[in-house]
Ligand binder design. Structure first.
Ligand code: A2P
Length: 344
């Protein structure tokens, strides 16, 4: 028997990618519902190459009729609706930050902490809610996991270069319209972003916190601890750049054990979800432009860090709509299915 699945936020940048990914990976679904706001009810969205789904309004949607719901309709919608969906026996896989740090909600990256998923079930103290991490954290922990297992990662310093699609389809539209407008001398009018994003870099993602870090930076620290190891210290600096799809990260790690750059490269080559492209030559590395539409977390520019005793530096790039959001959510749904989990 297949699963009855709903994608909530199906008209958005991540929701569309969720539908695409479910179809591409042949998720064992008997029925897939596309759900969005009342504004979109009755519209059609693609499901795979040749199917279209008619969008249902979230207001009227009955979660007791589905087994798994993938949510990507913003934190406020998740906070409001996901607990009710869970109580109705539907397993919610939530892409927002609403529940990520709740003790009774597992935060899952399947390559890293698949076993924690069982904690979502009410019988194990859960609420039928599983959280998907922040996009920058997801790709980072996939790269850190094999290095942590082999060398013990103590500290991570990470600078991000994040695509506008991380802010949804509104962010993508803003980059497109500003870029076009600048060529015809129209003034740039920031709406989604705090400053002009076209031809610029903005060192500010999500709100400021009391200590001067932004919430995006805080999320990378606390989510890495929850998913991988609370003992890892991580400091992040997050920047939005005028790229449509693909988050990039410059990562500096310090480890307990001596770390050899060649051994680390071999280890990463064999790690699940990772592709190493590292040729120390023109074109011998991956850029966000090339990772769009791909599933892997790409690692390039690996080298030893001579400024610390045991250190490694690398460049990590991934499609933020895929591994950072839709793919990771669908992989969690696959885990739920493989384990025969049921919220009822
Ligand atoms: P809609 O298109 O009907 O507004 P993005 O992050 O790319 O902006 O997409 C957000 C997604 O979340 C869209 O599918 C959007 O639907 C959906 N969404 C936003 N607010 C609500 C809401 N209050 N109820 C249901 N869906 C919502």
């Amino acid at each position: 028997m297949g699963y009855r699945v709903a994608v909530v936020g199906a008209t958005g940048a991540v929701g569309r990618e969720m539908l695409q990914t479910l179809a591409e990976r042949n998720f064992p679904a008997d029925k897939v519902h596309a759900v969005a706001s009342a504004r979109s009810a009755g519209r059609e969205v693609s499901f795979g190459e040749d199917e279209v789904l008619t969008v249902s309004s979230l207001d009227k949607f009955d979660f007791s009729e589905v087994d798994i719901a993938l949510f990507s309709a913003g934190g406020a919608t998740s906070k409001d609706v996901a607990p009710r969906a869970g109580e109705a026996g539907c397993i919610v896989i939530d892409n927002s930050s609403a529940f990520r740090m709740d003790a009774d909600v597992p935060l899952i990256v399947p390559e890293v902490n698949a076993d924690a998923v069982d904690g979502a079930l009410p019988a194990n103290g859960g609420r039928n809610i599983i959280a998907n991490p922040n996009c920058s954290t997801a790709q980072l922990v996939v790269a850190l996991k094999p290095l942590h297992d082999a060398y013990g990662v103590k500290r991570v310093v990470v600078s991000t270069y994040q695509a506008v699609s991380g802010a949804g389809k509104g962010g993508m539209d803003e980059l497109f319209n500003q870029t076009r407008g600048i060529y015809v001398n129209e003034p740039a009018r920031p709406e989604q972003f705090t400053k002009q994003i076209a031809f610029n870099a903005i060192p500010h993602i999500d709100v400021f916190m009391d200590d001067g870090f932004t919430k995006e930076e805080w999320k990378m620290t606390v989510e890495t601890k929850k998913i991988l190891d609370p003992a890892i210290d991580l400091v992040a600096h997050c920047v939005r750049i005028p790229v449509f799809i693909g988050h990039s990260e410059a990562v500096f790690i310090e480890t307990d054990k001596p770390i050899d750059e060649n051994a680390a490269r071999d280890l990463l080559r064999n790690a699940p979800g990772v592709t190493v492209i590292d040729h120390r030559a023109n074109e011998g590395y991956v850029t966000p432009h090339e990772c769009a539409g791909e599933d892997a977390v790409f690692i390039s520019r690996l080298r030893s860090d001579p400024s610390v005793e045991n250190g490694l530096v690398f460049w990590c790039v991934s499609d933020n709509l895929r591994k950072g959001a839709a793919l990771n959510s669908v992989q969690i749904a696959e885990l739920v299915a493989a384990r025969g989990m049921s919220g009822r």
